[in-house]
Design a binder for this molecule. Structure first.
Ligand SMILES: [Mg+2]
Length: 386
């Protein structure tokens, strides 16, 4: 079944409520989706994570090499894209472009074969997924503390078992807000923290010592992504699990993380690290190092669905009779692109997601919104990520 067209779409939307985290403020969303169309008219959707205009350029570069290829041979297509960009794109934006096309190819393949992606990956070993809520971003609201507590109560009502907040605003501020939210969430909802590599090792360790009695779920990106010694030293000096990897690309990036004993939990982003084809290899690598995987995801339901199918297929490692369901990240911040563009949202009921049984990713794009949110302005610095 030949690929006859590959079309990237850059979409953007201003946010009603701008927010900030440890690095900078954001006032808008901007994403790059891709539609891969086959000779019989079947099409599939993918998404890249990162600066949308640059991902679009990457997709435009790649498409000439793979139009005419058989989408059922998606691993071959992945290799063509990888080899065509190897000398210039061993990490970074080219990988996001490869990821977007790869995810769309898996969606196409599922639709052609009338099977969900999780089955094509090898089978649904985990039919129930536990998403955790990503939120608690900071705003300039005069009622910020009340807003954060309300948000915590909302997640509890929705049945979430875990939620993640941003830190990296300075140790004293972090300790204050971590205590505030831990009190609001209570003992039944795990709290994770994410500094987006805002700290050096000494600062990260100080924060750990001040909050580790609160049974924190994990500390994500505590230090610079290249500070492998800092990561390792932190793991050796706190009992808070250490997570990272959203800035890593391909199996080679994760091999560095694992060889350096940097993390307890690896967080590949499927829409940046090389797509579903490569993240399956990363999962095998993680298993060989006895590391957990909780994928990073940010964007529309295309990215979230890819993560759902991926963790549905993850091996139990180690296996046991009573085991927690695998987790995915579920961004709960304002995102009209996520909520409008994708039809047939996968439902979260009582804090659980049932792996979709529809062919492909199990979602569909409402194409009228591609015009509504279409952005050809090449505006930069508007992308939101976390
Ligand atoms: Mg993060």
């Amino acid at each position: 079944m030949k690929i006859v067209d590959i079309t990237p779409y850059v979409l953007s939307q201003e946010l009603e409520t701008p927010f900030y985290f440890s690095q900078w403020h954001y006032a808008s969303r901007k994403i790059c989706l891709v539609k891969v169309t086959l000779e019989d008219g079947t099409y599939g959707w993918g998404e890249g994570y990162g600066p949308a205009d640059m991902i679009k350029t990457g997709i435009d570069f790649l498409k000439g090499f793979i139009i005419g290829e058989n989408v059922l041979e998606n691993e071959k297509i992945w290799q063509i894209m990888y080899l065509r960009t190897l000398d210039f794109g061993r990490s970074g934006i080219f990988n996001s472009a490869i990821s977007a096309i790869d995810v769309a190819c898996w969606d196409c393949k599922g639709k052609v074969l009338q099977q969900p992606v999780s089955v094509l990956l090898g089978g649904v070993k985990n039919p129930i997924i536990h998403p955790y809520a990503t939120g608690f971003y900071f705003t300039d609201s005069p009622t910020l503390e009340d807003d954060l507590i309300k948000e915590a109560n909302y997640y509890k009502e929705q049945g979430f078992r875990a939620a993640k907040m941003k830190v990296g605003l300075g140790i004293e501020k972090d300790v204050y807000y971590v205590n505030l939210l831990k009190n609001a969430l209570g003992d039944d909802v795990k709290l994770m923290i994410d500094s987006n590599h805002a700290y050096n090792y000494r600062e990260a360790l100080e924060l750990c010592k001040r909050i580790e009695h609160l049974n924190i779920g994990w500390f994500e990106e505590p230090v610079h992504p290249e500070d492998f010694k800092g990561y390792k030293a932190l793991r050796e000096n706190t009992h808070i699990p250490i997570a990272g990897g959203e800035c890593e690309y391909l199996k080679h990036g994760f091999k560095r993380l694992f060889e350096n004993d940097s993390v307890d939990i690896a967080q590949p982003d499927i829409c940046a690290t090389g797509g579903l084809t490569e993240v399956k290899r990363i999962a095998t690598l993680a298993q060989s190092y006895h590391k957990d995987i909780v994928p990073h995801s940010w964007g529309t339901w295309i990215a979230i669905s890819a993560a759902i199918h991926f963790v549905a297929n993850l091996d139990q490692n180690p296996g046991r009779m009573f085991r927690n369901a695998p987790m995915i990240e579920l961004d709960r911040t304002e995102n009209p692109l996520r909520d409008d563009v994708i039809e047939h949202h996968i439902e979260v009921i009582n804090g659980e997601i049932k792996v979709p049984e529809l062919p492909g990713l199990g979602i569909e794009v409402n194409q009228k919104y591609l015009n509504k949110y279409g952005d050809n302005s090449s505006k930069q610095s508007l992308e939101v990520w976390q």
